[in-house]
Design a protein around this ligand. Structure first.
Ligand code: ADP
Length: 431
C-alpha cells in the first residue's frame, strides 16, 4: 500500500514538473497534449498488468505467473512467495494427515468418525470389518443405519458417553466394547474394541467360580446336617453346645456365601435368558412383605407404598432377590426402631423401586464402590449381620440384565436411599 502511494506521488510530481517545463518552453496546448498523453500511457500500463493478473487468476499456476514490471514486478514476486509458502504448508498438512490415516489404519481397534447427525465421515479398515461398513456406499449414511442394533442406537443417540458399551455383533457374534469421544465441537470418534479374548477369560473365570461353588454345596449341606444332629445331643449350656452353635453359624455363613456366588454367576452368565415374563407386583410384594416381617421381627418401622397397577416384564426370581437384598441391607444397617420406607412407583415414565432408611449412612468416598464384589465399608459389621459382601453386586447385575440401573445416595449418620430404576419398555400399566 505504502509503495503504491509513493509510486502515485512520484508520478504526480513528475507530471507537474514536466508539464510546467513544457509550458515554459512551448505553449499551453503542447503542455496539455503532453499531460493527456502521459496520463493515458500511465493508465494503459496499469490496465495491461491488471488484465495479465486477471488472466493468471483464472489459472493460478506458479509457472504461469507473469514477471511484471516496476510496481507490478514487486506485486507478482510477493504473490509468488505467498503461493510457494501455501504449497509448502499444504504439503506438510497432507503429510500429517497421511501419517494420521496410516496410524489409524494400523490400529487394532476400529475407529469411525461421525458428524453431528451420526453420519459416517471416515473409518479405518478394522472398523469396516467389525461393523460391516462399505466405505464407498456407506460414507455419509448414519452409523446406526449401517450397524443395526437397538442398544447401540440408544447409546449413540444418547449423548452421555461416560460408560463404555458392551454389545455383540449379531452377524459375526463378535463381542465388542464401544467408546465414544467428542472432537471439534460436535463430531464424534467411535472406537470399537474386539473383546473376544476378555469375554472368553471372564467366562472361564465365571464358570470356574460357578462349578467350584456347586461342588462345595453338597458336602456343606451334609456337614450342616451333621452339625444339626450333633446340636441335639448336648444340652444348652454345655461347652460342647457352644462350640457346635459356633460351627453351625459359620457353616451357614459359608452356605450364604456359596448361594450368593452361585446367584451372581447365574445372573451374569444368563445373558440370553428371556427376561420378559410378566411379574405381578402385588403378588411379589405380598411375598416380600411376609419374608421381611419374619426377618425383621418388628425391630424397625417398615412403611410400604406400592403402586399395584404398575407391573413389570422381567425375571421374577432375580427381581425378588434384588428387592429383598436392598430391604435387608436397610434393616441390617439401621439401628433398632429406625424407619424404613419402601416404594414402588411410576416417576417420569420410569418404574422406580426405592428404599430409604434412617440408618448409619455411607461415606461419600465409598458410595461408588459398594456395588463391587466384596467391597464393604465396615467388614466386621457386614459379617456380624450375616452379610456376604455380594448383595449389591447381585443387585447391580440384575439391573444391568433388565436394562435398568442402581442409584445410591446417602448422608453419613442420617441414612441412605437406594433406587432401582426400570426403563419404560419393561413396564406394564394396568387400569
Ligand atoms: P454386605 O453383605 O456386606 O451387606 P452388600 O453388597 O449388600 O454386602 O453391601 C456392600 C456394603 O455397602 C455393605 O458392606 C455396607 O457397607 C454398604 N451398605 C449397603 N447397604 C447399606 C445401607 N442401607 N446403609 C449403609 N450401608 C450400606
Amino acid at each position: 500500500m505504502q509503495e503504491i502511494r509513493w509510486h502515485l506521488l512520484l508520478f504526480v510530481i513528475f507530471e507537474i514538473i514536466a508539464t510546467l517545463l513544457i509550458l515554459s518552453i512551448f505553449d499551453i496546448r503542447t503542455s496539455l497534449v503532453f499531460l493527456i498523453f502521459t496520463l493515458m500511457l500511465f493508465l494503459g500500463f496499469h490496465i495491461y498488468w491488471i488484465y495479465r493478473l486477471n488472466q493468471w487468476l483464472d489459472n493460478p499456476m506458479t509457472a504461469n505467473l507473469p514477471n511484471g514490471y516496476g510496481l507490478w514486478e514487486k506485486l507478482f514476486t510477493k504473490l509468488y512467495k505467498t503461493q510457494t509458502k501455501q504449497k509448502k504448508s499444504k504439503r506438510e498438512l497432507y503429510g500429517v494427515l497421511d501419517q494420521f490415516k496410516s496410524a489409524a489404519e494400523a490400529m487394532l481397534d476400529g475407529v469411525i468418525s461421525v458428524d453431528q447427525n451420526n453420519e459416517i465421515v471416515w473409518c479405518n479398515k478394522t472398523a469396516q470389518s467389525m461393523l460391516n461398513i462399505v466405505p464407498k456406499s456407506d460414507y455419509g449414511r448414519p452409523i446406526t443405519y449401517i450397524f443395526r442394533n437397538s442398544i447401540f442406537k440408544n447409546y449413540i443417540e444418547n449423548s452421555d458417553y461416560e460408560d463404555t458399551l458392551k454389545i455383540t455383533n449379531h452377524l459375526s457374534m463378535q463381542p465388542l466394547e464401544i467408546k465414544v469421544a467428542y472432537f471439534r465441537s460436535n463430531q464424534k470418534l467411535i472406537i470399537c474394541r474386539d473383546i473376544t479374548k476378555d469375554t472368553e477369560n471372564q467366562n472361564m473365570r465365571k464358570e470356574f467360580v460357578s462349578n467350584f461353588s456347586h461342588e462345595l454345596k453338597t458336602p456343606l449341606t451334609v456337614i450342616i446336617g451333621f452339625i444339626e444332629t450333633l446340636g441335639g445331643m448336648y444340652s444348652k449350656d454345655t461347652s460342647e453346645n457352644k462350640i457346635i452353635t459356633m460351627m453351625d453359624r459359620q457353616a451357614y455363613r459359608m452356605k450364604g456365601l456359596i448361594d450368593d456366588l452361585l446367584l451372581l454367576s447365574n445372573v451374569e452368565s444368563n445373558q440370553h435368558l428371556n427376561r420378559s415374563n410378566k411379574i405381578v407386583m402385588s403378588d411379589l410384594f405380598k411375598l416380600i412383605k411376609k419374608d421381611i416381617a419374619l426377618l425383621d421381627e418388628n425391630n424397625h418401622t417398615l412403611d410400604y407404598s406400592i403402586n399395584t397397577k404398575l407391573n413389570l416384564y422381567g425375571e421374577k426370581r432375580e427381581v425378588e432377590s434384588a428387592f429383598k437384598n436392598i430391604i435387608t441391607n436397610a434393616i441390617r444397617y439401621t439401628g433398632k426402631g429406625g424407619q424404613i420406607n419402601i416404594r414402588w412407583n411410576l416417576i417420569n415414565e420410569l418404574g422406580i423401586f426405592e428404599v430409604t432408611d434412617s440408618g448409619i449412612g455411607i461415606p461419600k468416598k465409598d458410595i461408588d464402590r459398594i456395588s463391587e464384589r466384596f467391597y464393604r465399608v465396615n467388614p466386621d459389621r457386614s459379617r456380624e449381620t450375616g452379610g456376604t459382601g455380594l448383595g449389591l453386586a447381585i443387585v447391580k447385575n440384575v439391573m444391568i440384565q433388565h436394562q435398568g440401573e442402581l442409584k445410591i445416595s446417602s448422608e453419613l449418620g442420617s441414612g441412605s436411599t437406594f433406587k432401582l430404576i426400570f426403563p419404560t419398555e419393561r413396564l406394564i400399566q394396568s387400569k
